[in-house]
Design a protein around this ligand. Sequence first.
Ligand code: HEC
Ligand code: HEC
Length: 543
Amino acid sequence: MRTPILPSLLLLVAPANSLPQLAPPVAPPENPITAEKVMLGKILFWDEQLSATKTVACGTCHMPSAGFADPRVKLQPAAYPGADRIAGTEDDVFGSPSLPSVGTDYLYNTHVVFGIGVQSTRRNSPTVLNAAYAPHLFLDGRAEGAFHDPATGALISASGAALETQSIEPLLSHMEMSESGRTINDLTLSMRVMVPLIDAEAIPQDMSQFIGTGRYPALFERTFGTDDVTGVRIAQALATYMRTLVVTDVPFDRFLAGDSTALTSLERQGHDLFHGAAGCSACHSGPLLTDFDFHNIGVDPLIDDTGREQTTNDLADWGKWKTPGLRAVELTGPYFHDGSIATLEGVVDFYNQGGVHAAPNLAAEIVPLGLSTAEKAALVAFLKRPLTDPRLVQEVAPFDRPRLFAESSRAPLTFGQATAGTGGIEPEMVLVEGARRSFTITIGVDRGLGGAPAGLLSSTSFHPASVPFQGAALYVPYGAGTRLDRTVLQGSGTGKGFASIRYDMSHFAGAVVGTRLYFQWLVYDPTSQGRLSASKPALALLY
Ligand code: HEC
Ligand code: HEC
């Protein structure tokens, strides 16, 4: 037997400070970590086909380069306007765009905030890095350690399986990935015929090797011994992949291990403030920099989302949110459950002024701190390099991934100008799905005149400069060679009309891959300038 190396390792752990070092995450006994499960989980995490529109994967909102939070959020205005439904106000949430509200018939339902367009999550996407360590997940902690079979309700794991519990929810949420009313059995049935990652590009080699020529049942067989695709197995594979998404070797860890050169003097000063005068470690404690508990720190006016209270129904939990771990926090902005603060400098200012909203249960530590400019800079420095794993930014293994359909040139886009209807409101083209020849996709129009007749023009040719037609700027030629799908808008009133149709892409079966397809909605609108209003045209590549 070999001499255990533990004693010499322990010697290395000279106490630079009192924090213990981070051990690898523990999996529940019912779901041991295997290489196959990691690989299957990774494939599932990145497969957009698991969403009703085939355009949203887990990874869409959890991207490595953004520290497994959502990079898109930084580039656009708040996607969810909050309870007041007015953009640009205090209760806005920088949520993640997902998919339109898809009905059981795959037509799009209208939503009071999003219309038939792409919806947004009502919370800012948090990181999934180191989620493997959390006893409860989601920002209100509603995913607990006991995991039940989503199909039968049978108890699968009694504890330690918050990741398994959590991973089912987005798959069945019509705000995130599913059509309304989808059950886990609907999903698993549809997955039996899927070619994994069919629409992804630049698939890492180990993933494409594992897929080979198999469909999902073959991959489940290799992973679990039989080819059943079940909700439990999906959750277990996703959870296992996420147990590998850990940041455990950053300068802060080397510092904890006793390497006093691991931090620069500024970072060290920030570390000492964090664990000292600034009082951060009252909540951001231990090697993960979280107590996994819930606190009201005065982030928002709380007229909409009340956090932990939504799970416990205990008024004492009003406005409390889970303390996030801070590893890789440099990459995961914007910050807080509503994404209301864009930068770490802003977060430190927030704490320095003692929060922004008073509350009866505001945490006692949230008071003005009186930090100097230099001290604030030191705190920010500690939150950046010492906690960041550079492999994330570069998206290299284990943080590598395929390129998603939604990031590809095959994702449809709109261009040109719309022609406004009554009230100056422009009808909106809603086209998110890919133009794969074998698909039937949904194409919608929003914000037209309620009750008005409308038509979708589709063609392989278009007028680059648009031509006037009955008062509308027409990009897709009207007449021979163009298909016209007629419908009548639902809803009533100016700008309140919407419709969607199912469009069978086999219409273009004769065209070669890469053919450009053009779509444009015309809405009859007799009181507008001409007789027609029109959406912007959309372009999709046939594949
Ligand atoms: C449309 C964006 C979106 C998609 C798609 C999505 N998530 Fe999330 N994820 C979020 C948001 C927003 C939250 C916070 C939700 C809450 O607290 O109520 C979250 C929370 C989580 C958490 C909990 C993190 C924590 O610290 O508590 C994990 C883990 C997670 N998601 C994994 C997944 C997995 C696995 C999938 C795919 C099955 C997925 N997500 C799909 C946006 C998304
Ligand atoms: C009373 C407990 C508490 C104290 C003290 C505290 N925090 Fe927090 N921290 C939280 C909670 C809870 C959140 C999540 C709030 C939310 O989502 O709205 C948070 C969020 C953050 C975030 C945003 C992370 C993310 O992913 O969005 C950063 C950064 C942060 N804290 C840093 C600090 C620093 C620096 C200090 C000291 C100046 C500090 N915290 C003090 C509880 C605390």
